[in-house]
Design a binder for this molecule. Structure first.
Ligand SMILES: [Zn+2]
Ligand SMILES: [Zn+2]
Length: 227
């Protein structure tokens, strides 16, 4: 297993005092520290995809919540682990939010380590989509050391299990991606539970776990087939 540097990387985020950002390069690396060295290669060839992986890994979602009452639009997932009193010191008043919004935000919470592992996992998965670019030697070794040998073209949608072509990412630049990050259990953001999914599959799954979703579909089909 790769030994990581994990040196603290100074950043301008006001939340750094709570959770420093750490270097993910191997401990014997040369040059500058880097938090997302496994995305450097993808950032050059497909910047929108690389940025989406970072965003989905570390930030909560919820563009519709952007109002005083509805709460913060994207926020760092580990910040959502903090108690209400601490969040208030950072200008986030959870008491002002509707209970269902608070529940949603708290569901999206994850530790810094979980978020970084998710970013690595999603990158590893992206390089195995049909039509994906080939990773350079550093990226391939790094990701395979974290997970397992990549099988080109093997990535399918976590939900419907159909192959997921890399070209579906092309809408990402216009903010209309056909691919989203999905969760087998929507309430756990960790590397064993995430994968890429079709947008329509993600919408259909909603807040159900994958098993609940399949059971729901199976029951519908059973009723439909009786008609
Ligand atoms: Zn370092
Ligand atoms: Zn799908």
């Amino acid at each position: 297993m790769l030994h990581l540097c994990l040196a603290v990387i100074p950043s301008r985020s006001r939340f750094d005092a709570l959770q420093p950002r750490l270097c993910q390069l191997p401990s014997d690396h040369d040059g500058k520290h880097s938090e997302f060295p496994f995305l450097k290669h993808l950032l050059k060839s497909h910047p929108a995809v690389a940025k989406k992986i970072v965003r989905d890994s570390i930030m909560t979602t919820g563009a519709a919540w952007k109002s005083e009452e509805a709460g913060p639009n994207r926020i760092l997932r580990w910040v959502m682990l903090l108690p209400d009193e601490t969040l208030l010191e950072y200008g986030i008043n959870m008491n002002n939010l509707k209970p269902q919004v608070v529940a949603k935000l708290r569901d999206k919470a994850a530790t810094y380590e979980e978020c970084i592992q998710v970013a690595k996992r999603l990158t590893w998965t992206a390089y195995q989509m049909p039509g994906s670019p080939e990773p350079d030697a550093f990226t391939k070794d790094y990701l395979e050391d974290h997970f397992s040998t990549m099988i080109p073209g093997s990535t399918s949608c976590l939900i419907c299990l159909e192959p997921l072509p890399f070209t579906l990412f092309s809408g990402a630049a216009r903010g209309k991606a056909a691919i989203e990050t999905g969760h087998m259990n929507p309430r756990h953001h960790d590397a064993t539970n995430v994968g890429f999914v079709h947008r329509e599959c993600n919408i259909a799954q909603g807040n159900k776990t994958l098993q609940e979703f399949y059971d729901w579909i199976a029951a519908i089909l059973e009723r439909a087939n009786k008609i």
